[in-house]
Design a binder for this molecule. Structure first.
Ligand SMILES: [Zn+2]
Length: 274
């Protein structure tokens, strides 16, 4: 239908973010080692223009909206090992920054068993606005940072931090931590070896997800496609609910990251790379 003003293409959508709302991307950078810490699912924040997407407040606290504990692990690792951290400040329900934006589940209308009314029957203009406003700046910030590091000769390992729900579609998941890889497993293999040395840990290799589930977008684009070593880390979210639990995982993951960097010949001690 046209509106007499040139049709749908001529109608400007209202801005997704109003002046004064938090920035889309949280970029932090301090001198450090080779690790670039990324967190696509750091926040459950929604732009005010989207209200609650038709969801009850309780649903926005659950894993469908974000990865509980992932931002705390990301910031803890950056504090411990230095280097940059880039976090997405808006919920994956607006658009999932770890998906190719053309995929239907990039803006999901059904997450696990929860309908997302505010994501149903979206037109192309609205979808593109979410890509342009939320998705693009996140990946552009990583592009800029990664290219600058490569240009200045800094060794770089891409590390993405996630958490997963203990029960998915009524099935309990046994893993405490999962290492998700791409076609280049040179950093995933030593990470798996380091974590599996702890007999108390159940470590998933491409579990609970793998590239077959289209969860490898960020490591593929920013790691694999640039030839940079990379890994995606998934920690079960009931294990990172308190600050002390997070601190324990930061220590464990930092040790595994340092060991793995050494295994592929990349110096991992803060300061060595600058
Ligand atoms: Zn995630």
């Amino acid at each position: 239908m046209t509106n007499g003003l040139g049709g749908a293409a001529g109608v400007a959508a209202a801005p997704l973010l109003a002046p004064g709302e938090p920035a889309v991307v949280d970029v932090r950078d301090v001198p450090g080692g080779p690790f670039v810490f990324l967190c696509e699912h750091a926040s459950n924040r929604l732009p005010r223009a989207l209200g609650t997407l038709g969801l009850p407040a309780e649903a926005l606290q659950r894993h469908i909206a974000w990865d509980p504990g992932a931002a705390a692990m990301t910031l803890g690792l950056q504090e411990k090992l230095g280097g940059p951290a880039i976090l997405q400040n808006y919920s994956r329900l607006v658009i999932d920054c770890n998906r190719e934006p053309s995929l239907p589940d990039a803006i999901t209308a059904l997450s696990e068993t929860t309908r997302i009314p505010g994501n149903e029957h979206l037109g192309g203009t609205v979808r593109q606005q979410r890509v342009d406003t939320i998705w693009m700046p996140f990946h552009a910030a990583i592009d800029e940072l990664a290219e600058a590091r490569i240009a200045s000769g800094k060794a770089t390992v891409i590390v993405t931090l996630h958490s997963f729900t203990p029960v998915y579609r009524d099935v309990s998941r046994p893993w405490h931590v999962g290492i998700i890889s791409s076609g280049d497993r040179r950093f995933a293999e030593p990470m798996l070896a380091a974590l599996k040395r702890d007999p108390a840990l159940v470590v998933g290799d491409d579990e609970p997800y793998s590239a077959r589930d289209n969860v490898d977008y960020t490591i593929r684009r920013h790691g694999f496609d640039r030839g940079l070593p990379h890994v995606m880390i998934e920690v079960r979210n009931d294990l990172v609910r308190t600050p002390s639990d997070v601190a324990g995982w930061v220590d464990r993951l930092a040790a595994a990251l340092i060991e793995s960097a050494g295994a592929i010949g990349v110096p991992a001690v803060a300061g060595q790379m600058d």
